[in-house]
Design a protein. Sequence first.
Length: 305
Amino acid sequence: MHLKKFNVSHDREIGYYRVGTGGSPIVFVHAQSTSSESYFEVVKKLSANHQIYLLDCYGHGGSSHRPGLYHLQKIGDDMIKLINDLIGVPVTLVGHSSGGLIAAYIASKSNCCAKLILEDAPFFASQGDRRFNTYNYVDLSTVCHNFLLQKKETDFVLYYFKNQYAWNFFPEKNRHKMKQKLVASAERYRRKHPDKNLKVMFWPKSALKAFYGMNQYDPRFGEAFFSDSFNQGIDYETLLSEISCPTLFLKAKTNINEEGLQLCALTDEDLEKVVCLIPDCRTLRFDCGHGIHLEKPKEFLSIFS
């Protein structure tokens, strides 16, 4: 696949990939800190019968990296322009995580969307004071914030690996020793392959998929979630109630730890609220983590059959 650029205006552009030539168009919007690369594997099979468009959000992949663009409305409006100008017909729109927030905005504010698929989008939990008690805030958002405050480490991928919240899941007894060995392995790999996706021996392959595309990630995008400026002025209740197309919500496993930290994107109560607000919405549940298309690719692809 070859990266293309859509010029929204003279000072900003959206990177995208197009595969497949026949059938109805499907547009994918990836999650925060990754890129369109996250969907590469699953869209190979879909491209036999569909036109596939994979869009990079601002601050990710081949799209413009500029903090002034890191807001739901700005990204959503520019993606609406891309769909109207480049594709020209209503699409099936798929959004994962923060990409799901963007996809919901597009469906709410335009006629671009014939069908909406929301993959574990963090409605309500990622906004306001509630965000403080979510995994995204204590992990990616906080790591981005701290990275921008320091000058010693310039490699964000390595900095994130060293400082991610996931170290807390290791047994305290041998956590420090294991972290030293795994960080040393990550450092060696980054020195040899600074432009490749991170690989670390003994680190779960499914967890490493979170690093797909992180080489082209702007941590200032994560800062927008840390400060909540990404959601500034957004009323998700109104936004969801204005979606008129058929919607499918893919819900990953609900997980809240003993301390009450929300490790999942949204709770069952949040999901119930989403379903009540969107006029035509049904749900599918998956017994897996947040990246449903990565962990359950066969089941994910079956929804397009």
